[in-house]
Design a protein around this ligand. Sequence first.
Ligand SMILES: [Zn+2]
Length: 260
Amino acid sequence: MLPSQPNKIAPVARAAKLWARFGFSEPADLVLEDLAFALGVVVIEGHLDSADARLVRNQKKGLIRVRKDIPEGGRKRFAIGHEMGHWELHEGVSQVFSCTSEDMLSGYKGSAPEIEANLFAAELLMPRSLFRRQMGCENPSALVLRDLAGYFQTSLTATAVRFVELSDEKCAMVLVEDGRVRWWRASEVFDGFWLDSKMQVSSATVAGAHLTGEPLPHEAEEVDGDAWLGSKAARVADVLYEVAIPLTGYGQILTLLWPA
Ligand SMILES: [Zn+2]
């Protein structure tokens, strides 16, 4: 049997409807715990072993437990938004969802409910029209991303994903862990951009140079396209701009790329 395909429309529409129903106009209006309570769900923080968050449903009442020691407020909010997505969308699927940090990243891969919960969380926390207005036509610098993450109270990683998803320009984000590509996303118009997952990051990239002890430049730096893209560079981008942002506490580097 083929795995079921995620519904990409309903999660977005459902989250947008909540903004309209509760009259939110900016992210500061969105107090997740209050919104969850109005929908019948209590949010608590507590100990969880392998999951970042869990939803238990008992008919019209729900309980979301979010892992207390998630180190970052933005990531915690995304986890709560994700469980609210299961609450709003998946009553007929399961009464219990236990979701890991991997589930919170499911974009193309992953099961349909996990992808749908992420689509819901992204739209709830960073509504597309508002996000597009805030991002303007800027390149995705560290400053721009930090401003957006502050405004939407989201993690830098989730903000970068949203930026790339909603950008009309060619751009990509790459999460580097232990010197390798863990995962990446590229904007829809960035034809041909493709990195093998687990690819070793070359020291000719800004992220790779930083891993060998080089200080990070403050501005975007030009790198040869083939340092990232190998033989694909000739048709995708000869030269790329790169900004690398170390994610302290996670041992990861968030890299942003766009053609020069
Ligand atoms: Zn989930």
